[in-house]
Write a new protein. Structure first.
Length: 283
């Protein structure tokens, strides 16, 4: 079998990316696409390197294990669920490898494991088409599974108010069920300190004011924000019935979706101890 490094690299990049993506979704972890791509790049580079002359040591099981661990660390390093994601990744990878060996046992040589690396005799266009089909199938399966789990993903959020704007990193989390009582649409919750650019200079709420939303609402009403702000009741772990100050934005884009005049709730506390995001919204 002739192995072409460019096709080998691309095939393993796509497969490794899907394996990392599947592991994260199954473990209910926050997804950062750029980090997943970086992990997949490492895996694809390793897959191509083992076929180069003079690097036979890379075939040692410890090298393979280190490569897999580094892939997970690049994709999910710093996560509190790192152990769960790692175990899930190895389980998913083992299941995938078992499927490849099953195809070989049935006489299908289109996909093979050579030197412990996924290789293919298929045309490059067919590889890409197959990868697209697999991704579409996984997306369908995970959307159905979302009814019983909470897949999460980090996306950029651009918020606009009175000609001013701020860009935040938001977490899309189906576990967040806070909605606008008037429209039923999801409410974005953001750390109050991070949305200061939406206010005129010197007018942004302080942390102390955000802890007393009723008094803050009165202050903003006096300063001409009447009709723009209101209080929103909420429940959370350790909070039986709390109140958050909310702003009706002029426009918002979350990821690739235009959310229009989204309702933004201001949190007086940080939303995560890892600092990976400063806003969250349900689906």
């Amino acid at each position: 079998m002739t192995v072409y490094l460019d096709e080998l690299f691309l095939l393993n990049f796509v497969v490794d990316y899907l394996l990392l993506l599947s592991a994260g979704r199954l473990a209910g972890e926050v997804l950062c696409r750029s980090r997943l791509a970086l992990g997949a790049l490492l895996g694809a580079a390793y897959a191509a390197a083992v076929f180069l002359p003079g690097v036979g040591f890379l075939l040692h099981p410890l090298c393979k294990l280190c490569s897999a661990v580094l892939m997970v660390l690049l994709g999910y390093g710093g996560s509190r669920r790192l152990l769960r994601v790692s175990l899930t990744f190895f389980v998913v990878s083992a299941a995938f490898g078992g499927g490849i060996f099953a195809l070989q046992a049935l006489g299908n040589q289109s996909l093979t494991m050579k030197n412990g690396v996924l290789a293919s005799a298929m045309d490059l266009r067919l590889i890409l088409l197959s990868a697209a089909g697999c991704y579409a199938l996984l997306t369908l399966l995970f959307r159905r599974a979302a009814r019983h789990s909470a897949p999460r993903e980090l996306v950029p959020a651009v918020l606009r108010l009175d000609g001013r704007k701020v860009v935040l990193t938001a977490l899309i989390d189906t576990g967040n069920t806070l909605t606008d009582p008037a429209t039923g649409r999801p409410v974005m919750v953001a750390e109050g300190e991070k949305i200061a650019p939406l206010f005129p200079p010197g007018r942004a709420p302080t942390v102390e004011e955000l802890r007393a939303p009723a008094a803050l609402l009165e202050r903003l009403d006096r300063e001409g924000w009447r009709g723009r702000c209101r209080l929103l009741p909420y429940q959370a772990v350790g909070v039986e019935c709390g109140m958050l100050l909310t702003l009706r934005l002029d426009g918002a884009r979350v990821g690739t979706e235009d959310c229009g005049r989204l309702l933004l709730a201001l949190s007086p506390t940080r939303l995560t101890d890892g600092g990976g995001y400063c806003a969250l919204i349900g689906t």
